[in-house]
Write a protein that binds this ligand. Structure first.
Ligand SMILES: Cc1cc2nc3c(=O)[nH]c(=O)nc-3n(C[C@H](O)[C@H](O)[C@H](O)COP(=O)(O)OP(=O)(O)OC[C@H]3O[C@@H](n4cnc5c(N)ncnc54)[C@H](O)[C@@H]3O)c2cc1C
Length: 542
């Protein structure tokens, strides 16, 4: 745009986008973008007319060539985060996002929000909605076209591993022998896992949204026009158009774990009794911020369960220690995350490793300490924090102290700030004393900086000791120990009496982990690695 050209206001921008809702979209490129967002907090939903339009080629590529999708885009509103922080977040998004001012309101085609309540917003042009059932069947149909088989109304009653490592999947209609089993049991993931003797730390949580009666502003927009979807993180609400009314949802501040003892096999996705008391405060915020909603009557209140993992992310991949048994569970935002999870698992099985680093979703990031009870406590914590940002230097309080070392009390008395490392409490840094031992969540330089800098200087000029209880330690000994390590590690193996960092690569050359290797003598080595289970995972590749 030239300098003297008048920039369209945000309202004009929104209007242009809303008016231009019928856009021809090549899903080939857009699906890729959607998949890239799978680890972000976005809801990805598109209204799709499902009629043979999704075809799967070579396992995954979804290509849309003939149908038109109304893409509305989405806005994430901010009431208190400044532009710098929003821009920092926007830069993390892998698709085009723009930070926009908020001089817009309930005008025609615009949003129904009260602009005075917000500072700015993040505009995501490819946000939208889908019809979940239609999309699921489109993918199933596409899979069938390429030789896949699926059986509806078929209950899996057991999974039994045979001596050859394959699995017998026992159903009410007969047995299927499978080389690999993937537990994608959703609400029943725990029950399906128990059939194979594993206890997954996932927990269904109750979730509410309401749908309003028709809203005059939306009726006035005319056919074929849609409002962008919206998320208000600080208000803890999300909203989108539903027919001629609006849908307003919230992640309750006090979560309600559902069926802690297990999901009944005969549960048929019936809706649960709404608990208005749990959502009233958030609805009040929503009504204040979108006055049109308060005037409209409430048509329906929905309460339904969906499954969370301990840190809010899915648990996917091969289960350590159980051959040929995979999981894709705790997928809490099925349409935001489902495509990416499916793609990664397919790549992992077919190519031996996913094309992106999936450690944040890898089931191996949890060990035996992550019991079902732990899953309930942590999943509740994450549900309540669904729209709350967790900062890089922030440690969450629930489900802590699964394991401590003998030095724990002494560290605390010396002002240690503790973190959780694979269930073990370990020192992150030392403050001056216990009272001073706290962190302030930030995306900037944290208050630990000066303390750590003193520690570093001290170690450099004097001597330091570090506790490495949170590292896995493996000893390799024998005449071929050096040869073996040289084969599995990419760096130079140290000489006797020396220690060094050494990367381990995946078969495709990606970084698997950064290990510390010490050579005690020519036939004896020790390796240290921070994530215990990661090495178990690495070992599977030997
Ligand atoms: C009120 C509400 C609103 C939501 N809003 C959104 C949203 O806006 N965006 C979004 O992305 N997500 C949303 N979700 C979440 C979304 O529905 C879930 O994330 C998604 O359904 C999870 O998919 P899944 O395939 O992992 O599990 P599920 O949908 O639970 O599917 C599991 C499947 O496994 C089958 N199964 C289980 N056990 C057995 C067995 N023993 N034998 C045979 N089959 C078995 C089940 O029949 C089922 O078909 C919402 C959920 C609720 C309740």
């Amino acid at each position: 745009m030239k300098d003297n050209e008048k920039k369209p206001t945000f309202l004009e921008n929104v209007d242009m986008m809303v008016n231009d809702t019928i856009t021809k979209i090549n899903i080939d490129s857009n699906i890729a973008k959607i998949l890239k967002t799978c680890r972000s907090v976005l809801q990805v939903k598109f209204p799709v007319k499902i009629k043979n339009q999704i075809e799967i080629f070579h396992g995954w590529r979804a290509v849309h060539s003939t149908h038109r999708l109304p893409v509305k885009g989405g806005l994430r509103f901010s009431t208190n985060v400044n532009q710098e922080e929003v821009e920092a977040l926007a830069s993390l998004m892998t698709f085009k996002c723009a930070v926009v001012d908020v001089p817009f309101g309930g005008a025609k085609g615009g949003l129904l929000i009260d602009p005075k309540k917000y500072l700015l917003a993040l505009w995501d042009p490819i946000d939208g909605e889908v019809d979940p059932s239609g999309v699921t069947y489109a993918f199933a149909k596409a899979a069938k076209t390429f030789g896949g088989k699926y059986y509806t109304n078929t209950l899996v009653t057991d999974t039994k591993q045979k001596n050859d490592g394959t699995w017998n999947v026992i159903t009410d209609k007969g047995n299927i022998n499978a080389e690999i089993v993937i537990n994608a049991g959703g609400l029943w993931a725990r029950e399906v896992g128990q059939m194979a003797g594993i206890h997954l730390p996932v927990q269904p949580m109750e979730h509410h949204y309401l749908i309003t009666e028709a809203i005059p502003e939306i009726e006035a927009m005319g056919e074929g026009k849609r409002l962008p979807v919206g998320t208000d993180f600080e208000g803890n609400i999300y909203f989108r158009q539903e027919g001629k009314g609006m849908l307003l949802g919230t992640y309750e501040q006090k979560s309600t774990p559902w069926k802690v003892e297990g999901t009944p096999m005969n549960f048929g996705h019936e809706l649960l009794e709404p608990k208005l008391d749990n959502i009233q405060d958030r609805l009040a915020i929503g009504f204040k911020r979108m006055p049109a909603l308060e005037k409209a009557g409430i048509k329906n209140i929905v309460n339904g369960p969906f499954t969370f993992g301990p840190d809010g992310s899915p648990l996917i991949g091969p289960v350590p220690g159980l051959k040929n048994y995979w999981v894709a569970v705790g997928v809490m935002a099925g349409f935001c995350q489902g495509g990416g999870v499916g793609k990664c698992i397919a790549e992992w099985i077919i190519d031996g490793e996913p094309s992106i680093d999936v450690w944040a979703m890898d089931v191996a990031r949890f060990g035996n300490y992550a019991s079902p009870q732990y899953g309930t406590i942590k999943s509740s914590e994450n549900y309540e924090r669904r729209f709350i940002m967790t900062f890089p230097n922030e440690t969450l309080p629930k489900g802590r102290k699964q394991k401590t070392t003998a030095l724990y009390d002494r560290f605390i008395s010396k002002g240690a700030v503790m973190g959780d490392s694979f269930g073990l409490e370990s020192v992150l840094w030392f403050a001056n004393d216990p009272k001073d031992a706290y962190e302030e969540p930030t995306i900037k330089r944290s208050r630990s900086h000066d303390y750590v800098s003193k520690e570093v200087k001290n170690v450099r000029e004097n001597v330091g000791v570090t506790e490495i209880a949170n590292f896995s330690k493996h000893e390799f000994q024998g005449p071929d120990a050096r040869k073996f390590l040289d084969y599995v590690l990419a760096g130079r193996i140290p000489k006797p009496g020396r220690i060094c960092l050494n990367p381990m690569l995946t078969p495709k050359g990606k970084l698997y982990g950064d290990l510390t290797v010490a050579c005690l003598n020519e036939n004896k080595f020790i390796k240290f690695l921070r994530h215990h289970n990661y090495f178990t995972k690495c070992k599977n590749t030997f």
